[in-house]
Ligand binder design. Sequence first.
Ligand SMILES: Cc1ncc(COP(=O)(O)O)c(C=O)c1O
Length: 694
Amino acid sequence: MQSKAPFVAPGAGAVFQLELARPYRVIVAGDGARVEDSTGKRYLDAMSGGSMAATLGHGRRDLIDLVWEQSRRVGYLDNNRLTNPWQESLAAKLVDLAPGFARVRFVTGGSEANEAAIRAARMYHVARGEPQRWQIISPAQAYHGPTMQTLALTGRPGLHGAFGPYLSRHRHIPPSTDRFDATGQQALDALDEVIDQAGPENVSAFFCEPVSAASLPAYSPPDRFWEGLAERRERHGFLICFDEVVTGIGRTGNWFAAHDLPIVPDVIATAKGLGAGYTAIGAVLYRNSVYEAIASAVRSFSLGHTWDGSPLPCAVGLAVLGILESEGWVDHVATRGPSLRRELEEALAGNDLVGQVRGRGYLLGIDYVDPGDGRSFLPPELGVAGRIERAAARHGLLVLGTMPTRDGFAGDQHLFAPPFPTPDGDLGEMVERMAAAVEEVAAEVRDELGSNLSPGGGPSAGLRVLIVQHEDPTPAGFVHEWLVDQGADVETYRIDLENRRVDPIRYDLIVSLGSEFAAFDDSIPWIDREKDLLIEAHGADVPILGLCFGGQLLARVLGGDSHRGELSEVGWLPVRSVDEDLVPQGPWFQWHFDTFSVPPGGELIADSEAGPQAFVVGRSLGVQFHPEVNQEIMDGWVEVYRHELDDEGVDPDALLEETRRLASRSRAVAAQLLERYAEDIAGLALPGRRQDRS
Ligand SMILES: Cc1ncc(COP(=O)(O)O)c(C=O)c1O
């Protein structure tokens, strides 16, 4: 099942991905705080599996064994009519850890937990004879899940998308952030106003994350807000539900983040850390008052899901809590968290892109600002959070950036949330890599903001192209000229002579020409750098045009292969094309009859009797043959290799003669290929009109 391609290209594969235009990095293994991609590259996982669920790190033997043993004993039982000791024990353990809470309902994940919290609040009021109470109030800048009720709890139109008609009309208040409302008073005023609009008698609950996760990384309102919220609960009789899907089970250095706030919620929904990434489980904790009200009025608190409270997830949850307790990880997060935050702050100090480092325990957030005034959001078109995320991955670090700028309450930001048992050395390295990534992007962003360049750093009109070369090759001449004709801003990178740090996102197109001696030889010192660059470009959805040996290299880094051909080394070869507008049928000149296999997710667009000759993957194109061979190129080439051609039994003069005959066509064909590729596959707008060079 393992593919060598480091990314699944946008639109490739059978998975209906969340983001259709994004390439997906393929991770094949994990161990502690490190994961490994399909090429063997290792990353420090500062996101605990990406979603902060893998709180105990990857590959813990004891948990793996437990899953095996529990599955052998009994893995699944429905809890509609049956219960089991693992569900009972886990519930008892959780109410132990959350004083004041009396009952627990298990579910499969975070959204289901939040839904069960919403249902409980509603049933509480109905049970108490107030059936008109249904509305929920929540901070607008939040994420509670993708189900229709949880989606309705966020006030971010960008997230609601097409689902508006399905969403209940809950109400929102602006979040009280340092930037807009440092005291929390404005949020309280907004809460009063919204309660008034809804009618206090209609409000069921206030729903929020005690410390925000991805939507406002690691932010928690000031105490004044929590105290004011508690006062209003007293006054108006609604419930307070905490979404502790991320913060629960140790993430903020306490069993629940609620324990550190001057307020006690009525319901807590939690999930991720309870299964620690070893099982899918969520839990909802209800205070006794909520349970009693419901239980005294009705005989059921339905509805449930198939996997609720099943032995396997509950046994894992129990083992996770056992490990956290016996190995002291929650205390560890509580004591190590503040110093980790300080280390991150110090490493980022002096970087004018960084507005704030904040957070509790191992839930840390970095907030970026415009270096111009140290306060404003960065222009979203610069895509800073995404660029830092990619730069971090280049440094071997996984973090998560978000950019909800258009919602108006937050801009570019990052989460930094390592697994609890991450050794100090790895934490230090995570911090260093993060700082290096931020510094790299900051240097570019300062330039871009300073010179008013368009995102990516080039003049807004032209295409920014990087040609990666190993030598002074003739073929680049034509491609280079064609690009210049298009008005492109072309930069050449002699990767064999220079060692630059290249952020592919700064370019609209990367051209790789490769070279014969490096096509099959991975010991060439710069070849890894070129591979990394191509992988990263592909990962960032920057189109790559791989020509000849560059096409072979492209095929290989994306999980395909290249092969030395057995046919004669030089000559003309009929090329069959799948799409004649893109690649007209050959004969095409070949320096060598090498081929490649089409990488996973790619599409074959031309082949010959020697094998595949051109493929498309995402926005990238690999071409084996030379569509642009002309007399000039041939003359030079034959000059250099005349003796070898003789040795191979190829008559150099006949070859030149045939080339002359076909040369006039080849330039037009190459231009057609490049034009169609750039516009239809890479999706680049060619700004310049091609000039007639004749
Ligand atoms: C704070 C918060 N609540 C709820 C959810 C939804 O949880 P799930 O994806 O398990 O349904 C998430 C998921 O990221 C979350 O971060």
